[in-house]
Write a new protein. Structure first.
Length: 492
């Protein structure tokens, strides 16, 4: 296929060249109706390119197949059989994939380190999750994706499961044994969904971890806005094999998606695919070299340890890692990653990717260069001098995995939509959660609707909130109170 072509961008250029006049949405009519104060910040070109996909980029019947051509080029670029664009982020894409595999009350194997969007899919669809436990590094108090053996055992215990879902890479860049998990699924004749939101770049360089389609996955969901050149909310999901009907997958996306997709997002996806096909190898040659230099420089800062393969990969840990996710242990400073991340934003205007009770993380992409790298390093070199001002840090009571593993006693949908009440967190011990309680980022829930809460998980969330952890999903983000099901009230 001719990857110099960009059907969406070409249609947008033609729209402008033909001086088309819209009597359709959007109501700003090519920026003319937008408030000048808004235009001064956002620029007129954003509004000029914000046109309808139908009766705009294409005609009323989509006879030019603009979007279809762009999706076919994307599929060809990465070696998938089918590709679908989403303008509602991978949060929508992963739900569409789940609904294409399992229906109400049917089982789906899910890694327990799944993103909140997966849990939302369980709630919406009424799917019965079978949780597969992540691998736990007790020394570093860090979870890695579940092993292939864990999925194989779960499939043996639940032969009626309709499929499996695994998240890899994690937001920390650690990767699972996808080939092994795919093999286990296919031995049972069921599909594997991979939430590869952090892996849009993986198909474009051999020194990056193996991407899902090459490992044998059936559906791969990826957020191009995370590691690629897409705009926020840009996502694609890829399909291969015959275990999922592409018309069913598209139907599920139509069920959830918007009827007013953003041509801005489509155009950026189209252009990113061309950029990667033509220049991806060279761009990631440079990005990987830069990441290596940054990692080496951070290791020379007193009190900082950069997590590399020796820390993150091996038996009982991850199978591979993305070196562009620069994860740094800062526990030697006697403070939290939350405090350091907040300080760097205030004092250096540097925004970090992740922060937890003992780590910070900086995400590098093909867009970074020596200038941005040096700004990051300058901010990090200032941490040893500032750390004393962040002590003593509030203690985050991180429990062992056994204490953090909660019993699923109700379907997530039944708990979420059932009768509920809000109680003080101390009184929520032993009750069934009716909400997600999710430290974000990385967006992996500690408690899900339908899980029985214990004291260890609640103390972790409360102490984390006191230390700076963000828990935005709960009705009470400070976790002083918790929403629980009424049906499970003691004595009821």
């Amino acid at each position: 296929m001719d990857h110099s072509r960009t059907p969406v961008l070409e249609a947008l250029a033609a729209y402008h060249a033909e001086n088309q006049t819209p009597f359709t949405p959007p109501g700003h009519k090519q920026h003319r109706g937008a408030d000048p104060r808004v235009r001064a910040v956002m620029g007129d070109e954003v509004f000029r390119s914000d046109v309808l996909a139908i009766s705009g980029l294409d005609d009323r019947t989509s006879s030019h197949a603009v979007l279809e051509q762009a999706q076919e080029l994307m599929a060809d670029a990465v070696g998938a059989e089918h590709t679908f664009f989403s303008t509602c982020g991978s949060s929508l894409s992963v739900k569409a994939a789940m609904l294409a595999v399992a229906g109400p009350h049917e089982k789906l194997l899910v890694g327990r380190d799944a993103h909140k969007s997966v849990v939302s899919g369980l709630v919406l669809a009424g799917i019965r999750p079978v949780w597969v436990e992540p691998q736990w590094d007790a020394e570093r108090r860090m979870a890695h994706p579940p092993s292939a053996d864990a999925f194989r055992a779960a499939l043996a215990d639940h032969p009626d499961a309709r499929g499996a879902l695994v998240t890899t890479p994690t937001p920390y860049g650690t990767c699972s044994d996808l080939a092994g998990i795919a093999e286990a699924c296919h031995e049972h004749g069921v599909p594997l969904i991979v939430d590869e939101a952090w892996g849009a770049h993986l198909p474009f360089h051999p020194d990056l971890p193996t991407w899902a389609m090459d490992a044998g996955a059936d559906v791969c969901v990826t957020s191009v806005h995370k590691m690629g050149s897409g705009l926020e909310q840009s996502s694609v999901f890829h399909l291969q094999g015959d275990l999922i009907d592409p018309t069913v997958l598209k139907s599920r996306e139509d069920l959830l998606g918007t009827t007013s997709p953003s041509t801005l997002i489509y155009a950026a996806l189209d252009g990113w695919r061309r950029q990667m096909v033509e220049h991806g190898r060279a761009l990631y040659d440079a990005a990987l070299a830069l990441a290596g230099d940054v990692r080496g420089s951070i290791e020379h800062i007193d009190g900082m340890r950069v997590h590399g393969r020796d820390d993150l990969c091996g038996p009982g840990r991850a199978t591979d890692m993305d070196p562009l996710q620069v994860v740094v242990d800062v526990s030697a400073f006697g403070t939290t990653g939350y405090g350091i991340a907040d300080r760097l934003r205030r004092t250096h205007r540097v925004n970090l990717h992740l922060a937890d009770h003992r780590r910070i993380s900086a995400q590098l992409t093909h867009a970074d260069d020596e200038t941005s790298a040096q700004r990051l390093l300058a901010a990090l070199r200032d941490v040893p001098a500032q750390a004393s001002q962040l002590r003593p840090a509030p203690e985050v009571e991180v429990p062992d995995p056994a204490d953090l593993r909660l019993e699923q006693v109700m379907l997530p949908r039944d708990a979420y939509f059932g009768r509920v009440e809000q109680v003080p967190w101390e009184k929520a011990v032993g009750r069934v959660s009716a909400e997600m309680l999710t430290p974000y980022p990385p967006g992996i829930p500690v408690a899900l609707p339908g899980e029985r809460l214990n004291e260890a998980a609640l103390r972790y969330l409360r102490s984390g909130a006191e230390a700076g952890m963000v828990v935005p999903d709960g009705v009470d983000p400070e976790v002083k109170t918790v929403r629980v099901t009424v049906e499970d009230r003691p004595g009821s």
